[in-house]
Structures are given as C-alpha cells and as structure tokens.
Ligand binder design. Structure first.
Ligand SMILES: [Zn+2]
Length: 369
C-alpha cells in the first residue's frame, strides 16, 4: 500500500519535473561548453577512508582534467560547479550546466564499498539497467544521499526520497534524449581510464543519479575507483594518480570532441542562405535570430524543430540561426517574445533583397512602399 502510494506520488511529481527546457544560451563565440562537476565538497566529504576524503580526490582530478582541456583545447569553455572545497546542492550543479547551455556535463566521484577488496573504475549514464539493477541502485542511492545535507531538499526533488530504493522507480520512466551522446562519452572515458591509467575495468552502466537527471545535455558520472580499497585510495590521493587520472579524463574528452566535430561536419545545412524569400520581395522581411554557433547544427538537431522557417546565415565565421519570416514588424516583435521564452537574448533582424540590413533601415523602406 505504502509502496503504491509512493509510486503514485512520484509519477505525479514527474509531470512537474520533466527536464526543464532551460534556454540553450546564445553561444556567442561558438565554443563547446563543458561543465565539470567535482562531486561533494564543504560539509559533505562524500565517502571517506581514514583521513582521505572523496571530495578532495574528486576535486584534484577534476581540476587536473580541466586544466589540460583549457591549455590544449582553445575552442572549449570549461565551467566548474566548484573549484574549491565548498558545498553545492545537487540541483544547483545541474542548474549551472543548464543555464550555461552546456554541451556536456561530467560529474567526478569516487566509489566506496563494504568490501575492502572492491576496486576499479566505472562510468555511468542516467537510466535503469535491468540485469545489474541492485548494484547500481546502491551506488546511486549513496551518491544521491548528498541531498540530505541540503536545506529544504523536498522542495527540489519532489517525490524522491534518498532513503527509499523505491524512489528509484522514477528513472524507469525517463526517456533521456541525450542517451546516445552520453553513452559515447561514457565509453570513451571508460576506455581511457582502463587503457591509459590502467584501472581495473568495471564497465559502463546506467543508474539513477539525481545530478544527471536534472541536466539537459549529454552527461556522465565517473566513479574513479574505490576509496574503501587501501591501494586505490593511495593511488587516487598520490600525485601520480591525480596526473594519470586527470590526463585520462582529458584524453577521453578529446576523443569525444573529435567525434562531436565529425558529426557536425557530416550534417547537412538546413538552408544555406538567408533571405531566399526576401530576394525578390518588394518589402523587407523580418526574422528572429535566436542562436549563434560555430558550426551548423545537424539536420536532426531538436533545436531546429522548435520553430517555423528555421534557417541560418554565416557572419564572421559564425552560423546564426533565425526563425520566422514576415514582412509585418509587429508580428516579428510578437514572434521574438515567443522565442525569448527559450532564448532570452533573441532579437529581430531584417533582410532586404537577399542582404541583412538594420531594422531601422527596413522600417524606413517599408514606410515608403
Ligand atoms: Zn560521490
């Protein structure tokens, strides 16, 4: 009875909590935005073994990874959910990524088990895995318990009870649209941790991690190794361990970036040029510009399906996406308001005889017709 009630409550809460479609930020310089999330921090040490704390291992290795990316990948912007020993709520971590319009979210953690002999690295994406459900369940439950340290956690994870394995059922209903990319990234990470840093391979798995649930982009959670295993704890807290693990994660990210770029190159532009319609028109045409990005979006990109008449033009080497197509300025302003619900920096542009002109010029031309 209790169980059924719990499930009903969770399903009800789900409708409120479907991944919030936070606006993809207007990516002005067209950089790939990576959010690195070192797990735990501040009053939440995560798992511990003697004087070693998970929060410190996660932070050291995450910082190492981020530094290598910043030094070597000029087209990537790295954002951290924390760079110091501070407490950050789980929902805020995802929120940081969502608000930044991140292209990838990587959460870095260290495992713990009752058995001192458990060892090895594993990588997770969000989901439920039938055959391995109970092992993954426990790991995720442990990590999710971090919310017990948050003030007012009930307000942010309605229906989720970190003390109840039954709460995990919510993840069975999730259809994560970023699963393919998340799996790609998880696999590449696992390959580098086992190949480069020579960690025992525990594989790629799925589980219900709250921090992944809330993020609206491809996302993974890494368990670097077991702090509860004395050898692994020693390795992960040593400079050698930090360097090797940081480098492995950096190489994995670079693998993903190559894959990401190759996907973009394969993509077919939606429409090559702006203003085909405006070419012979007597009147200037107004469109709403909502996104600037370094490379064209793939033709199946969900962002292209949000609006009508989506097209793009290139300016200064950047692809600028527009939607709508109207000669009525007032209608364009209304369209802009609509688009701003998702892209708050959206604005109106004008096209006349196949060229972009200022809105002021366009209105002058229109007033003389
Ligand atoms: Zn953790």
């Amino acid at each position: 009875m209790n169980r059924i009630r719990t499930i009903i409550r969770i399903i009800a809460a789900l409708s409120l909590l479907m991944p919030c479609t936070t606006a993809d930020a207007v990516d002005k310089d067209g950089k790939f935005i990576l959010v690195i999330d070192p797990g735990h921090g501040g009053k939440d040490p995560g798992a511990v073994n003697g004087k070693s704390q998970e929060k410190t291992i996660n932070l050291n290795i995450a910082l190492k990874m981020g530094k290598l990316i910043e030094d070597n990948c000029s087209n990537v912007k790295v954002i951290y959910t924390r760079k110091t020993d501070v407490f950050v709520e789980l929902y805020k971590r995802a929120d940081i990524a969502n608000k930044a319009g991140a292209d990838m979210f990587i959460s870095v953690h260290t495992n713990s088990a009752k058995s001192k002999s458990a060892n090895g690295a594993e990588t997770y994406l969000l989901g439920v895995e039938e055959n391995r459900a109970s092992a993954n369940l426990n790991a995720a439950l442990e990590e999710n318990k971090a919310i017990l340290l948050e003030n007012d956690y009930e307000a942010h994870y309605e229906g989720y009870d970190p003390n109840s394995p039954e709460s995990m059922i919510i993840f069975q209903f999730m259809q994560n649209e970023y699963q393919k990319e998340s799996l790609k990234m998880a696999t590449m990470t696992q390959n580098r941790m086992t190949g480069n840093a020579k960690r025992p391979d525990r594989g790629v798995h799925q589980a219900g991690y709250l921090v992944l649930w809330k993020s609206t982009m491809p996302s993974i959670l890494i368990e670097l190794g077991f702090i509860s295993n004395d050898n692994e704890c020693k390795y992960l807290t040593s400079q050698k361990g930090i360097d090797e693990m940081g480098k492995s994660l950096y190489l994995a990210f670079k693998d993903y970036l190559d894959y990401y770029n190759s996907q973009l190159e394969k993509a077919v532009p939606v429409s090559q040029a702006i203003g085909n319609k405006g070419q012979d028109d007597e009147l200037p045409v107004y469109k709403v510009q909502f996104m600037s990005i370094r490379k064209p979006l793939g033709q199946n990109d969900k962002r292209l399906k949000d609006y009508e008449s989506v097209s793009y033009y290139t300016e200064d080497g950047v692809c600028k996406y527009t939607c709508g197509d109207t000669t009525d300025y007032e209608a364009a302003l209304n369209a802009k308001k609509e688009v701003q619900k998702k892209y708050k920096d959206a604005f109106v542009i004008a096209v006349y005889k196949g060229r972009k002109i200022s809105v002021k010029q366009a209105r002058e031309i229109a007033s003389k017709k």
